[in-house]
Design a protein around this ligand. Structure first.
Ligand SMILES: O=c1ccn([C@@H]2O[C@H](COP(=O)(O)OP(=O)(O)O[C@H]3OC[C@@H](O)[C@H](O)[C@H]3O)[C@@H](O)[C@H]2O)c(=O)[nH]1
Length: 291
């Protein structure tokens, strides 16, 4: 079957079964956890879940794309702390687990401000912290490590088809390097690590100007503007709701397996299909607040 270039879809139901048999929260209650990028779209939802199950959470965020508003409802909670900090600088914290999310994920943002340094130096700094305090480290990598994949859907053993010099390379190659560093620290220094490869995710707290396709289409539909389908619209993507992703990240952290694991949705749309009113409605039923 010939497939459109640029198709990115998680293989096998998103492979979210790592640690799936461990009931969340039972053994892990009361941990000290740092979430880098915790004031961002995905990070803030993760923080909500961790706080809700009784953990103490330190959010580290430089507010490049994250917003205080996303975590303001935790201000005053003694189990919550917010630190303005860029992960390209080292930081010393006493924690049990590190969720390393810090990195702008929308092409609009990272093309404007290339983030190779965030991925490489930032990941190195957080791995250094994991080593120093003996914390378990989870890297949020991306489906973009598969580049313009020639295999469809992508399984985790596929090495990808990646351009080292393109406009999106700072992200793709930055995350690939971050994965390499993570595995090196795991093999060489016996740091406990987990790697998640996140596919296209949507939900509340995405910025309207995020630039990714779901928020663009919803914003355009609400404004009754034409939807901007890029290229021939035959490229495909899978879309997962943010709470499903957060569930997957927590299961991965609590489970026994290093990964990498694809976290995504096995279903897929072409961008032309997504632009149909029916598809937008299908996604919108879970999109009560986009702002
Ligand atoms: O308005 C738009 C925006 C985007 N698109 C198209 O929609 C597709 C999806 O693009 P998006 O910008 O939503 O994002 P991508 O799927 O390429 O990457 C996204 O998901 C994986 C994450 O790891 C990345 O961080 C995230 O940016 C692309 O083919 C793009 O060209 C449109 O057709 N119209």
């Amino acid at each position: 079957m010939s497939l459109p270039m640029g198709a990115r879809r998680a293989a096998g139901g998103g492979s979210m079964n790592a640690g799936g048999k461990v009931p969340l929260g039972l053994k892990r209650k009361g941990l000290r956890i740092v979430v880098t990028g915790g004031a961002g779209f995905v990070g803030s939802h993760l923080v909500d879940r961790l706080i809700a199950r009784g953990d103490s959470v330190i959010v580290v965020d430089n507010f490049f794309t994250g917003r205080k508003d996303n975590v303001a409802h935790h201000f005053g909670n003694p189990r919550f702390e917010l630190i303005r900090h860029d992960v390209v600088e080292p930081i010393l914290l006493e924690v049990d687990q590190i969720y390393h999310l810090a990195c702008p994920a929308s092409p609009v943002h990272y093309k404007f401000n290339p983030i190779h340094k965030t991925n490489v130096v930032g990941t190195l700094n957080m791995l250094g912290l994991a080593k120093r305090v003996g914390a378990r480290f989870l890297l949020t990598s991306t489906s973009e490590v598969y580049g313009d994949p020639l295999q469809h859907p992508q399984v985790e053993t596929y090495w990808g088809n990646v351009n080292p010099i393109g406009v999106r390379s700072c992200y793709d190659e930055g995350k690939r390097t971050a994965e390499t560093l993570t595995m090196d620290y795991h093999r060489g220094l016996e740091i406990e690590v987990r790697i998640a490869r996140i596919f296209n995710t949507y939900g509340p707290r995405m910025c309207l100007d995020d630039g990714r396709v779901v928020s663009n289409f919803v914003a355009q539909a609400l404004r009754k503007e034409p939807l901007t389908v890029y290229g021939d619209g035959k490229q495909t993507r899978s879309f997962q709701y943010v709470s499903d992703l957060v569930e997957g990240l927590m299961r991965l952290m609590e489970g026994e397996h290093v990964g990498p694991f694809n976290l995504g949705n096995p279903g897929e749309f072409t961008m032309l299909e997504l632009a149909e009113v029916k598809s937008i409605r299908m996604l919108r039923f879970k999109l009560p607040i986009i702002y």
